[in-house]
Design a protein around this ligand. Sequence first.
Ligand code: HSE
Length: 337
Amino acid sequence: MINIAILGFGTIGSGVAEVIERNSSEIKNVLGDYLHVKYILDIRDIPGAVNDINIIVNDPDIKIICETMGGKEPAYTYTHLALERGISVCSSNKELVDAYGVELSIIAREHNCSYLFEASVGGGIPIIRPLRESCGHEKITKIAGILNGTCNYILTNMRAGKTFDEALKEAQDNGFAERNPAADIEGHDTARKIAILASLVSGQKFSYEQVNCTGITEVTLQDIIDAENENSTIKLLGVYDSEGPYLTVAPYIIPQTCPLYSVNSVFNGIMIHGTIVDDLMFYGRGAGKLPTASAVVSDVIECAKTLGQNINNNFADLKPAEVKPTEPPESKFRYLE
Ligand code: HSE
C-alpha cells in the first residue's frame, strides 16, 4: 500500500480520492500496489481532514502529495516544504507551475523526488507526458489549443441560445470555472497553460506575463453568427509560434476545415506541429472533477513507480525566454495561419 495525502479537498481533490477508490484494481494492475489516501488537508472543517501541513510532511509513510489547492499560497509553501523532505508533489495548479515551476523542479531534483503537473493543462487530456516523453526528440514549432473549458463552454452555449452570464453560471455550477472566473474569461488561465506548454517544448521558460492576452468578454452572439455565416466559428486559443517566439491568447476565427472547429463545450483540443511527426491533435475534457483528477492520479502512479528518484519534468534547467511582441490583429478577431 502506498500512502498519499491530498492538499485541498475541492472539486479536483475530492475527485482524486474518488478515482483512487473507484479504480483501485486498475491502479493495482498498473502499479503493482494499492494507493491509499492517508491524509486530506483543507482549510475548511471537513470531517477527518487535518489543517496542519506538518502532520503530513513529518509522517515518514507519506512519499507523495497531490496539490489540488490552486492559487499561489499556501500551495507554494506547502509544495516547497514537501519537496525539501523528498516527498513528490503532483499538482493541478497551473498558476503555481507558471510562477514557481522551475524553482520547485530544482528542489525536487536536489531531493530525489518529483514535481509533476499533468493536470495543469488540458484537464483529463494526457498532454504533458506525451510532449515530454513521446515528443521529447521532436522540434515543436507550433502549438495552437483550446485550453480553457469554461470559455469554450460559454462560446458553445451562447450559440445554443444562452447568454454569456447564464453559460458562465453553468460552467461554475459544473465545477469548470476558476474560483475567480475572471481568470477564465479574460484569458489568463489559457495564458498560463500555453506558457507551460511552450516552456515544456522549447527549453526556455515562458511566463504568463509574456503572453499577448485577450479574453472572450468582447465576443458577442452576433460575432459568432457572423462567423458561422462564413462557415467558421470563434474559439479562444492559446498559440505558441517558435518563429519569434510569439505567445498569443485571443479569440480566433476557426474555419470548418480546422480540427479545432469541432471542439465544443467543456472539451479542449490541442494541435501540435513537430518538424518530423508533422501535425498531432489531442482532445478531451479540459476541465471538471473526474477527468482532471484522472490526470493527477496518472502523475501519482508515475511517482509511485519511481520512489526515491527524480523524474525529469523538463523544467529544472529552463532559462527565461525572450518573446517578440505579437502584431495587433487587422480586424476584431485573429485568424489561425
Ligand atoms: N477553469 C479551468 C478551465 C479549469 O475552465 O479550463 C481547468 O484548468
